[in-house]
Design a protein. Structure first.
Length: 352
């Protein structure tokens, strides 16, 4: 059974990786041109540090040190991407415990860091004495350690700082490309009012999830939430207030679901929730919690509290008879109607 900590079905929608936004060929060409002009190796990486482009010389020493010492790669665990680089006003050299230095310049799409432009690791110490000492501590023979250390570029710290400016210019251009691409892609799959995925994209994710669920034999539950008496809210308080209600409900749903689940806007006042690896009992608990959270929304207009509540229908695959999204949705509509009919009289009047 897939882990609930796995990537959520719409994670590709988040477009948080440079590789999904800017063609690799474009990045490679820009990297090669700047690497040649600056006389040092460069590489574009993902937000987590994985290389996107190719660079033959990047971090050669750390890789060799790892292979020989059978230890974790120092360059993959040095924490340079976790030290608030994205908040820096200007690129600053980062020094690792072995005495190596490099620069990591963030690539942003809006406020989101989608990758980094990283220089090759260099040292300001001819002979790299700290790197040699670290190699010996890992049991690497002195001769081998010296051979590896000889491959490390030597560059004064001032020179490394100087390359920060052109790297910042390159990062700015790539960031603009990434921002434009992300906005264009989001516009095709997101509801502009609530920021949730739209119905078409939700259906795509559901179709993929059902295929995986069938292969791995785990349940997928669906909820259809329909706001009660939403037309009266619009008529009494105005459509601007109605929009605020929809946005507030969307925030509740997005906040309350797990990272493996997905919520989308189905229509005017209806929302869909896909619950991965969730049986009918679990879905009923989630539906109850969401109804209570929605009812607790504190919205006011014209000096009055805006009453917000929702009716919820639920079905679970593969317990339901249907096997495709459209057929499942028909059962979901029937479940919603059944939930309304079986509600207490007071709730039934509100949902009417």
């Amino acid at each position: 059974m897939p882990s609930l900590r796995a990537r959520r079905p719409d994670e590709e929608l988040l477009l948080d990786d440079l590789a999904a936004l800017v063609p690799t060929r474009t990045l490679q060409q820009a990297q090669d041109a700047f690497a040649s002009a600056l006389g040092m190796a460069l590489v574009f990486t993902s937000p987590r540090g994985g290389p996107i482009t190719k660079s033959d010389r990047i971090e050669t020493f750390c890789w060799e040190l790892t292979r020989q010492g059978q230890a974790k790669r120092p360059c993959a665990n040095c924490g340079r991407l976790d030290r608030g680089i994205s908040k820096m006003d200007a690129p600053q050299p980062f020094g690792c415990p072995m005495g190596l230095q490099d620069i990591a310049v963030p690539i942003k799409a809006g406020d989101l860091v989608v990758g980094y432009l990283i220089t090759s690791q260099i040292t300001t110490e001819p002979g790299a004495p700290r790197a040699l000492a670290a190699a010996r501590e890992l049991g690497i023979a002195s001769a081998a350690a010296v051979r590896y250390a000889s491959r490390i570029p030597v560059m004064p710290t001032e020179q490394l700082v100087e390359v920060g400016e052109p790297l910042s210019h390159l990062a700015k251009v790539v960031s603009e490309l990434a921002s434009a691409a992300r906005q264009n892609k989001l516009a095709t799959v997101c509801d502009p009012l609530t920021g949730l995925v739209n119905r078409a994209y939700f259906w795509e994710c559901l179709s993929r999830e059902l295929e995986i669920a069938a292969a791995h034999n785990y349940p997928v539950s669906l909820l259809l939430l329909d706001l009660d008496d939403f037309k009266q809210i619009n008529d009494t308080f105005g459509h601007a207030t109605g929009d605020r209600v929809l946005q507030a409900v969307a925030q509740v749903l997005d906040r309350e679901i797990r990272c493996s689940d997905l919520v989308g806007r189905y229509g005017s006042d209806a929302f869909l929730v896909m619950l991965r690896c969730t049986d009918p009992t679990g879905a009923e608990i989630v539906a109850w919690r969401l109804k209570n959270k929605i009812a607790a929304c504190k919205l006011t207009a014209r000096g009055q509290r805006v009453p917000v509540s929702a009716s919820v229908g639920q079905v679970t695959y593969p317990i339901c008879a249907a096997r495709d999204p459209d057929a499942i949705f028909k059962e979901l509509l029937a479940a919603l109607q059944s939930a309304r009919e079986s509600a207490p009289p007071q709730e039934r009047r509100k949902a009417a």
